[in-house]
Design a protein around this ligand. Structure first.
Ligand code: S3P
Length: 175
């Protein structure tokens, strides 16, 4: 069965919703950022700090390629994973793509609460989020389904995704 791949900007709920969705469907959950950290033996902020963003993007592409060979898994990707066309192609190969979105204010509230995101280490985090959102406009539009997680509980978002997957014939049996 095809993978279910969650894409979307930072703070749109990919990890939370991915975990819940995997549990609901009885499938393995894989977070590409965690996989990168495991393989590199260091955290994402450390990778950015020691080797820079281009190196992180290379590691990310390698991990995405390997994850694209999996089947029947729920995969959450980092917010920038879709910036390279090769990653998009690899994710689409065995995956149905679900984009999570949220309004800028919701994303700002969620991401500015917590650290650990090197791209947001700026004097004015809010401005940084807005500028990245602007740069990435349209980057997530290739998804098969887009779900706004701003006004919904994670559980409701999962229900929406499961309904879509069932109607699209992506699930076998009951979930
Ligand atoms: C990034 C998003 C992060 C992580 C890295 C870069 C991005 O993942 O991959 O810090 O470029 O948007 P989350 O979207 O899970 O925060």
């Amino acid at each position: 069965m095809r993978n279910i791949v969650l894409i979307g900007f930072m703070g749109t709920g990919k990890t939370t919703i991915g975990r819940l969705l995997a549990k609901r469907l009885g499938r393995p959950f894989i977070d590409s950022d965690r996989k990168i950290e495991e393989e590199a033996g260091m955290s994402i902020p450390e990778i950015f700090g020691r080797f820079g963003e281009p190196h992180f993007r290379d590691l990310e592409s390698q991990v995405i390629y390997r994850l694209s060979l999996y089947t029947s898994s729920v995969i959450a990707t980092g917010g920038g994973a879709v910036l390279r066309p090769e990653n998009v192609r690899n994710l689409q190969r065995h995956g149905v793509i679900i984009a999570l979105t949220a309004a800028p204010d919701v994303i700002i509230e969620r991401t500015c609460r917590r650290g650990g995101r090197p791209l947001l280490e700026a004097e004015d985090k809010e401005q940084r989020v807005r500028s990245l959102l602007h740069q990435r406009q349209g980057a997530y539009n290739f998804a098969d389904l887009t779900v706004d997680t701003g006004a919904k509980s994670p559980q409701t978002a999962v229900d929406t995704i499961v309904t879509f997957l069932r109607q699209g014939g992506y699930l076998r049996g009951r979930s």
